[in-house]
Design a protein around this ligand. Structure first.
Ligand SMILES: *Cc1c(COP(=O)(O)O)cnc(C)c1O
Length: 428
């Protein structure tokens, strides 16, 4: 398998784009190879500049729940192009999308569109502080909430991959109000609330962590968190940028039966265009400008194209809820197959799965916390990644990212992926 064209574009890109990429994980740094550049994609397949074709388990990191180039998501886009793609005025489609999101996700009684997941979490944090009049924010180790300064402490994903638990360029002033708790550790949570409870404006969490592999929150942990936040007048913020409309129509809130005060969306709700949103209780959302004193704005927020595609996708999911089950069933088969393939070769591997999200940890397990994740054999992951790639399977190029299945994946592809996994684990 040759990557000549990708390499050539990468070498040139490095002169003009830091690291040759516009988002760090695309650099393939943690799997010890040069990045692959995409040429085109359709359904579950992605084709690179050297015409290698892969089964794609990155799925653009989550938005493409119906796969690449979905006619359903793209329906009517031409018309939007013709009528104007941005006005600087509001459109009726924004109302329709807001109505749909609030219908499907009842904890969001009102919703504000932004342009990325990062903007959504950043704005939700500002709102939590503005609403409660308190300063501290609690986040958890290994949870990633975008690259907003105040949350870029002990983050997952790209930050983990590059061994930068904290970024440079953060002032003490910004991070001093960020408390970091241990994911799934109830005693730690109680200790934090004992010490800082009345100072905490909000607690932000990925209910299913998807940026340190995949780790579902323990139900008891989340319930304790919900109770402690209510008792102390802190807002509970679910970061559902990955889980929203992936774990089901009501995301992790529906999955666990726990209602947050605020919620952040991204990825799926734009159908592949750059989008985010945050929502929550009416009483809290009323504090946002121009109704209230918490300022937040966006030149392209609620962009007609993005809103159109997001609406198409969410509306399709609403009318075809079997998609979640279909994806989960494939993920279950994959989970079982990959785990058995590792077992057969005697490798120490743990496969975590929640709904249709899964991760292969090169690790004895169980993997329930950030610490557990950090025990993984990243060298072995690199070999596994490369072995699978040779068999035309594109896994996320990092031990700390999850696999994303879409409705476009087929049971044959899952079968082929499992067969390949047996072969690769034998070899490495
Ligand atoms: C991707 C992600 C974000 C950031 O979204 P961007 O659109 O990349 O800014 C925030 N939170 C979670 C859980 C994510 O996975």
């Amino acid at each position: 398998m040759k990557f000549t064209n990708s390499k050539s574009i990468y070498e040139k890109s490095k002169n003009y784009i830091p690291g040759g990429v516009n988002s760090p994980v695309r650099a393939f740094g943690s799997v010890g190879m040069n990045p692959i550049f995409a040429k085109e994609a359709f359904g579950s397949k992605i084709v690179d500049l050297d015409n290698n074709e892969f089964i794609d388990y990155i799925s653009s990191w989550g938005p493409l729940i119906l796969g690449h180039g979905s006619k359903i998501v793209h329906e009517g886009v031409e018309e939007v192009f013709q009528k104007g793609i941005t006005y600087g005025l509001s459109t009726e489609k924004e109302l329709k999308l807001a109505e749909l999101i609030t219908e499907l996700y009842p904890s969001a009684e009102m919703v504000r569109m932004v342009n990325s997941g990062t903007e959504a979490t950043m704005s939700a944090i500002r709102l939590a502080r503005g609403y409660t009049g308190k300063e501290k924010i609690l986040k958890f180790e290994g949870c990633y909430h975008g690259h907003y300064d105040g949350l870029l402490v002990k983050s997952g994903s790209g930050a983990l991959t590059f061994n930068m638990p904290t970024s440079k360029g953060l002032t003490e002033g910004i991070t001093k109000d960020t408390l970091v708790g241990r994911f799934n550790d109830i005693a730690d949570l109680e200790r934090i609330f004992d010490n800082f409870g009345n100072k905490i404006a909000g607690v932000i969490i990925e209910p299913v962590a998807g940026n340190m592999g995949v780790i579902g929150a323990d139900e008891k942990f989340l319930k304790t968190l919900r109770k402690l936040t209510i008792d102390h007048g802190a807002l509970l913020i679910f970061d559902e940028v990955i889980t929203g409309f992936r774990l089901g129509l009501e995301g992790a809130a529906g999955y666990y039966g726990i209602k947050p005060d605020l919620v952040c969306f991204g990825k799926i709700i734009g159908g592949g265009l750059p989008v985010g949103a945050y929502g929550g209780k009416r009483e809290i959302m009323k504090e946002i400008s121009p109704m209230g004193g918490v300022y937040q704005a966006g030149t392209l927020s609620g962009n007609p194209l993005a809103v159109h595609m997001g609406y198409n996708l969410l509306n399709h999911l609403k009318n075809n809820t079997q998609i979640f089950k279909q994806i989960e069933n494939m993920a279950k088969d994959l989970e079982k197959g990959l785990a058995e393939s590792a077992q057969k070769s005697g490798k120490k591997v743990t496969v975590n799965r929640v709904g249709g999200m899964l991760a292969v940890f090169m690790n004895d397990g169980p993997v329930n916390s950030f610490e557990d994740v950090m025990n993984s054999d990243t060298k072995l992951f690199e070999k596994y990644f490369k072995g699978m790639l040779k068999r035309n399977i594109l896994l996320p190029p990092s031990q700390f990212e999850g696999l994303f299945l879409s409705a476009a994946h087929s049971t044959e592809e899952i079968k082929y992926t499992i067969e390949s996994s047996y072969k690769v684990f034998e070899l490495i």
